[in-house]
Design a protein around this ligand. Structure first.
Ligand code: BTN
Length: 282
């Protein structure tokens, strides 16, 4: 583990392990003070055969990554910078559903631990009062035919105890931390424990159902209750420019269903685009 002489309250990994349900994530946490990115290390570990349920948590990241090549600010001891490895028996095209489970787990965890009612901006931003508090980065390792999943790395970034003044200027009107929301420091261990335990329950149920359509439908229904995207006019920004659409639902695979100006339904895959409200980020 890299040296860390900075003074801040370090995470108590033993406490987290003691509160995790026996199974998937329990006793599988790799903890680092400072690394480039928990997603990068998790991908490296997954390529070296580390099992499903391996969790990487860092106090700080020097090259934290967001979706679509963006950087992710990850200052020491002030957030949750965490990734985990999964090895579900599903096709690559079904991966967005795993992101949906992860976003739902994070929203539910914040609701239970902090007592707030967060929303989810499709596919994976957790929003409070139009400001982003948590982002999720899903990365895949595929088999040689590029169709089945060898591993998935789910990376979760939550602004926990960052002060607004610490956000870079371009984020000041877009991001918020849990500390800003509740007006006092938030216990990071409690949030991590809740996310991993909720995720474990939902994911185990999905695996048990063999990711069948009834289970997916039920889960998407629950996700939809948190959605701040569905029912909204949105801008879809992709390689072929910007289009205005109306978001009307989510498919069982986790794609966004939108309607274009001619009333024709289209499906959008999260890997390709970023979405915005018509008048701003939300
Ligand atoms: C996004 O909203 O664009 C996704 C942000 C994901 C950030 C997390 S922090 C932990 C993990 N490691 C990374 O490099 N990125 C993810």
């Amino acid at each position: 583990m890299a040296k860390d002489n900075k003074k801040y309250d370090k995470l108590n990994i033993e406490k987290i392990n003691l509160s995790l349900q026996a199974g998937m994530f329990n006793q599988r946490i790799i903890y680092e003070y400072i690394i480039s990115s928990t997603n990068s290390l998790s991908k490296e570990l997954a390529c070296n055969g580390y099992p499903e349920g391996t969790v990487v948590i860092a106090e700080a990241q020097t090259a934290g990554r967001g979706r679509l090549g963006r950087a992710w600010e990850s200052p020491s001891g002030k957030g949750i910078w965490m990734s985990f490895i999964l090895r579900p028996d599903i096709m690559a095209s079904e991966a967005p559903f795993i992101t949906i489970i992860t976003a739902l787990s994070c929203a539910k965890a914040l609701e239970r631990v902090i007592g707030i009612s967060p929303g989810i901006k499709w596919p994976n931003d957790i929003i409070y009062n139009k400001l982003k508090v948590c982002g999720i980065l899903t990365e895949l390792g595929l088999d040689s035919k590029m169709s089945k999943i060898n591993f998935i790395v789910l990376g979760i970034g939550i602004n926990v105890n960052i002060d607004v003044s610490d956000f870079p200027d371009e984020l000041k009107d877009k991001a918020v931390s849990l500390k800003n929301i509740v007006g006092k420091k938030v216990n990071r261990e409690a949030v991590i424990i809740e996310i991993l335990n909720i995720f474990y329950d939902l994911y185990s149920a999905a695996v048990k159902s063999s990711f069948n359509n009834d289970f997916r439908k039920e889960l998407i229904g629950e996700y939809t209750k948190y959605s701040i995207t569905i029912g909204q006019a949105i801008k879809v920004m992709g390689a072929d420019g910007e289009k205005e659409r109306e978001a009307v639902g989510i498919t069982n695979e986790g794609e966004l269903i939108v309607i274009n100006s001619h009333g024709v339904e289209e499906r959008i895959n999260s890997g390709e685009v970023s979405i915005r409200g018509i008048n701003g980020y939300i």
